[in-house]
Design a protein around this ligand. Structure first.
Ligand SMILES: Cc1ncc(COP(=O)(O)O)c(C=O)c1O
Length: 476
């Protein structure tokens, strides 16, 4: 595009109002003025007015190797020229075959069978359908109930969305409620008053077991859980939670699905967090996002050999897993994933993430002294700032659902994108981020939060409660 015929920001924003965006607010439709991201390089993106912005959410928890990598472009370009598409039904292609073998090598335990889909949601849906297929194949058609958790996010297809547990997203659409159930989210910060973290963990594990018993172990097909709830607000469960819930599932022959759409490919410093961070070997792992670092859409469902062996070969009868997509194992997306993995390996990005992750966590926690900040939490390169009315009550800032957006707007004007979520802001920067860049990020974030706080105070939406100053710390 030449400079002369390049559309202005206003023209693009006008055209963009024809784009029905995810989670579009209907009262704003046609009146949005979204920032137009034009270019990216490393951990930065540039808007259509030329402003440089540090991309703290890493796109949408996905740009793990950073923006604008020439060798990714070349791998994609070469694959397009070499072979753009082949049907995954009767045929296959080299990048898909190589990627399946590579994922089997990188994944924990015996998760060696790989089903490819196009994004996190289609992978979640496919995993849930696989659970149905598995139990039907074993002659257990009743074993279909799925247990998920409040605050979970598992995507936007019908089954995945039904497993989501964010109440605010449930108002205007219909969901499967007959066989999908929700138990408590494991956020230690919002555990019941007076309960220790250990007792909270016991409570959560007992709740899962009770739910399985209530529904009947012969009727529960799977428990689905993110290792760290991302969209729900970077909820890191109490120590031992995953191991114990996984053991409960094992005991009752309930499949454990680990939704690692966000956590896989380095976000917690490992290819997969389930085993290396939380010590569990799930029956199924779902990966997306970081698998290509967002360069192209792709996802994978990794399934345990133990499951496959029970329903294939001589046990396979005439069963056909009638699930798949035109773009399952798309050669160009798989070539991008292979190059992405090669870059992560060659540049030691997992090791780097393990080094800078704790630094980011420590720096972010310094923001706890801001009056409106109730909790700062996270692990690895996932962080969240949770704003509250009062540090004592831990009430989310419900008087102003827009606080996250206000913080984001101030941060953008200062050169930083954060992901606003109601009263929270979450961060998941590219794994390549340096300590100096983390310092910049946290410095701007502090200013953004303080400006938003002054604004809500000035507008009379919030005032600092006396309890903040010298009041008891929550769960003191
Ligand atoms: C844990 C988890 N699962 C599933 C999804 C859905 O992925 P997608 O948006 O690629 O369909 C997401 C997206 O953020 C996610 O965070």
């Amino acid at each position: 595009m030449t400079l002369q015929n390049r559309p202005t920001t206003e023209e693009l924003q006008e055209k963009d109002n024809r784009f029905l965006h995810p989670w579009e607010a209907m009262n704003q439709l046609g009146h949005n003025q979204r920032t137009i991201i034009e270019r990216g390089e490393g951990i930065y993106v540039y808007d259509s007015d030329g402003n440089r912005l540090l991309d703290a959410p890493g796109g949408m928890w996905c740009v793990n190797i950073g923006h604008g990598r020439r060798e990714m472009a070349e791998a994609i370009y070469e694959q397009v020229l070499e072979m753009t598409y082949a049907s995954p039904w009767g045929l296959t292609n080299a990048p898909a075959a190589q990627l399946a073998a590579k994922l089997a090598e990188l994944s924990p335990g015996d998760l060696n069978q790989v089903f490819f889909a196009t994004g996190g949601s289609t992978a979640v849906d496919s995993a849930l359908r696989f659970v149905m297929f598995y139990n039907n194949s074993l002659g257990r058609p009743e074993k279909k109930h799925i247990i998920s958790r409040h605050k979970a996010y598992h995507g936007s297809t019908y089954l995945g969305a039904s497993c989501c547990g964010k109440e605010r997203d449930k108002s205007f659409l219909d969901f499967e409620t007959g066989f999908i159930h929700h138990i408590s989210d494991p956020n230690p910060y919002r555990r019941p008053e007076g309960m220790s973290v250990e007792a909270f963990c016991d409570f959560l594990v007992d709740e899962l077991e009770a739910k399985i018993r209530e529904l009947g172990p012969d009727k529960v097909g799977a428990f689905i859980a993110e290792p760290v709830m991302g969209t729900g607000g970077v909820i890191v469960p109490p120590e031992g939670y995953h191991r114990r819930t996984w053991e409960v599932c094992r005991e009752h022959d309930v499949l454990y699905i680990s939704d690692e759409v966000v956590t896989a490919f380095g976000r917690l410093g490992h290819w997969f967090a389930s085993k290396d961070v939380f010590g569990i070997e799930p029956d199924i792992i779902i990966a997306a996002k970081g698998i290509t670092s967002g360069y192209l859409p792709l996802s994978a469902v990794l399934i345990s050999d133990r499951l496959m062996q029970q329903i294939s070969g001589e046990h396979g009868k005439n069963a056909v897993f009638s699930c798949g997509f035109t773009y399952s194992g798309h050669p160009v997306a798989c070539a991008a994933a292979l190059k992405n993995i090669e870059i992560i390996e060659r540049e030691g990005l997992l090791e780097h993430a393990r080094e800078v992750g704790p630094y980011m966590q420590a720096r972010l926690r310094e923001l706890s002294d801001i009056p409106i900040v109730g909790d700062v939490r996270g692990i690895g390169l996932m962080g969240c700032v949770d704003c509250v009315i009062s540090k004592g009550s831990r009430d989310p800032l419900i008087l102003d659902y827009e606080i996250g957006n206000r913080i984001d707007a101030h941060c953008q004007s200062l050169g930083l994108i954060v992901r606003p979520m109601i009263n929270m802001c979450v961060m998941s920067p590219p794994l390549t981020i340096t300590k100096a860049q983390i310092d910049d990020m946290v410095g701007i974030l502090r200013q953004g939060i303080e400006r938003a706080m002054v604004e809500v105070e000035r507008e009379g939406v919030w005032s600092e409660p006396a309890v903040n100053r010298g009041g008891p710390a929550p769960h003191a």
